[in-house]
Design a binder for this molecule. Structure first.
Ligand SMILES: [Fe+2]
Length: 344
């Protein structure tokens, strides 16, 4: 358990990284009693910095007890709340608006937004820094200039992405630019293949994780990918069966679309972090998403990168020991970062 004093200290540092100024408006958004202690600590931190700060709290969504539904939020259609959030200089989102139309609308007005949800010790352990930002922005340059990405592994992954249609997105855990979203505790760079132009095979091997399940797979799962969609999920263990049934349960063919692709750049996160801290890594799973050298493969929506697939089924799948090349240049080799500017 963290004391409120510790939280205020960490969140003050966070708001300083976000370059919150005394005249700015900081709105903290919470749902029900989720992370109410973070809300209070952020407000105290903002107040001490001289910012105009207040909290918006909305009732818990009934569907939250059901399966993961990305992009469906407790403020959908709530225009008074959405309009107020647009007036903030920065929104501290303790609810989770990623993949929602509301988030895109609010950020489009120039409001910057920081998503914070992970247990406190993980946030403190993954405290962002300008050095992390420099690594991530170096990756942004390389990914933004590339036309093709080729990913392979000894286990049989061999998949090619054509690039160029979608923007590159950075995550380094804080945000000081108008309209920019980020997620505290993460460090990664990502983009999206050209519509219909992802082909090959991805083999999810033991030790790779399916973040939505908070689980590392134990038996290989082989995904066949044709023209931007998974066309078959094969494997003998529980992992393939669970993945197939989970995705089928959404009754949405767009769940099978290939989503964002990129790599993790956060040295404080390890692929096994959530095994060690099992009970405390129970939210988004930032350590799983961002550990340094993972190839972050994903399925489902692409609205965060400007696409129009807003399926509620999203699977992030960080891959170990994969090799990623951009236009023939090796970026990650067998899970190891090969570019000095992005090394740990
Ligand atoms: Fe994702």
């Amino acid at each position: 358990m963290a004391t409120q004093l510790e939280m205020v200290k960490v969140f003050t540092k966070q708001l300083e990284l976000c370059k919150v100024k005394p005249h700015e408006t900081v709105i903290v958004l919470t749902e029900g009693d989720i992370r109410a202690d973070y809300g209070e600590a952020f407000l105290l931190a903002a107040r001490e910095m001289g910012a105009n700060s207040f909290l918006i709290n909305v009732p818990l969504r009934e569907t939250r007890v059901m399966k993961s539904m990305v992009g469906r939020t407790a403020i959908a259609g709530n225009l008074p709340v959405i309009d107020t959030l647009k007036k903030a200089d920065i929104v501290i989102d303790l609810m989770g608006m990623l993949f929602s139309h509301e988030q895109n609308e609010i950020c489009a007005t120039g409001t910057r937004m920081l998503f914070v949800r992970e247990p406190f010790d993980i946030l403190a352990q993954n405290m962002p820094s300008p050095e992390l930002r420099a690594r991530v922005e170096y990756g942004e340059k390389l990914l933004g200039a590339a036309k093709t990405m080729h990913i392979t592994s000894d286990n049989g992954t061999d998949v090619t992405y054509e690039l160029g249609q979608y923007r590159v997105m950075t995550q380094y855990g804080y945000t000081d630019e108008p309209g920019r979203w980020d997620h505290m505790g993460t460090g990664q760079v990502l983009s999206q293949g050209v519509d219909g132009k992802v082909n090959g095979k991805v083999v999810i091997a033991p030790g790779d994780a399916i973040v939505a399940f908070k689980r590392h797979v134990e038996r290989p799962v082989e995904l066949t990918i044709r023209d931007g969609y998974v066309t078959s999920i094969d494997g003998e263990g529980i992992d393939a069966a669970m993945m197939k049934d989970f995705m089928d349960s959404y009754n949405d063919p767009r769940a099978y679309a290939i989503s964002h692709i990129g790599w993790g750049l956060l040295p404080s996160a390890k692929w096994y972090s959530n095994i060690i801290t099992k009970t405390r890594d129970a939210e988004i799973g930032v350590n799983m998403l961002s550990w340094h050298g993972n190839v972050l493969f994903s399925l489902g929506p692409n609205t965060e990168l400007g696409g129009n697939n807003d399926t509620a089924c999203h699977l992030d799948i960080p891959l170990r020991r994969h090799t990623l090349k951009l236009d023939g240049q090796t970026i990650v080799e067998n899970g190891k970062m090969m570019i000095p500017e992005m090394a740990a």
